[in-house]
Design a protein around this ligand. Structure first.
Ligand code: MN
Length: 201
């Protein structure tokens, strides 16, 4: 099995005006595709990795042969992180279910959660990702540099935001804060809730 780019489950323009069609299309067809292509190149001579799920591979990075480990971490990370990101995007979905209750318990309110998330996303230097994760049964926020993924540290991602400039520069230029505010309108809380229910099983 060659690892391939999955189609989005929605149209490129369906997150407008918060995330624009052109950004979505380039991000998916060019950036995400490039991570997958480079990941495939990295594992070309390793049949056991060609047939393994990317989540499984990144969760056990130490088992990846050392000569390709950094490539797998970077390109495989870009492959997995984007696949995960697309699945938690949808416009105008209200927070609901157990994840909503857990956020209110842990952060006080949804507003305080968003506030902390935004501060973290703004203070992260350079490219990377901001994550809501489940770690030892507790919700927690963290940011990772480059294409590092929290699954490589045994943490379970529930939602994420891509804060590489390619994710927002066409529409928001240097205004990362506006991009983060827009993101709060396109979180698919239904799928985030599913991720949470899966994680607490
Ligand atoms: Mn990206």
């Amino acid at each position: 099995m060659k690892h391939i780019l999955s189609l989005l489950e929605y149209d490129y323009d369906s997150l407008e005006p918060y995330i624009d069609r052109q950004t979505m299309e380039i991000h998916h067809k060019k950036h995400h595709q490039a991570y997958i292509d480079n990941f495939n190149k990295a594992v070309e001579n390793y049949p056991e990795l060609k047939n393994k799920d990317i989540r499984e591979i990144l969760s056990n990075l130490n088992k990846v042969p050392e000569d390709i480990r950094l490539s797998v971490k970077n390109h495989g990370g870009g492959y997995f992180n984007h696949s995960f990101f697309w699945k938690i995007l949808k416009k105008d979905i209200e927070p609901k279910g157990e994840i909503k209750e857990a956020i209110e318990r842990q952060f006080g309110s949804l507003e305080e959660f968003q506030d902390k998330f935004k501060k973290l996303a703004l203070s992260h230097f350079g490219s990377g990702w901001v994550w809501l994760i489940l770690d030892k049964g507790k919700l927690s926020l963290l940011s990772t540099p480059n294409q590092d993924s929290p699954i490589s540290d045994g943490k379970i991602p529930l939602l994420t935001l891509d804060i590489w400039e390619h994710a927002y520069y066409l529409k928001y230029q240097n205004k990362r804060a506006d991009y983060i505010d827009a993101f709060f309108h396109v979180i698919d809380w239904s799928n985030v809730n599913k991720n949470y229910q899966e994680a607490i099983k």
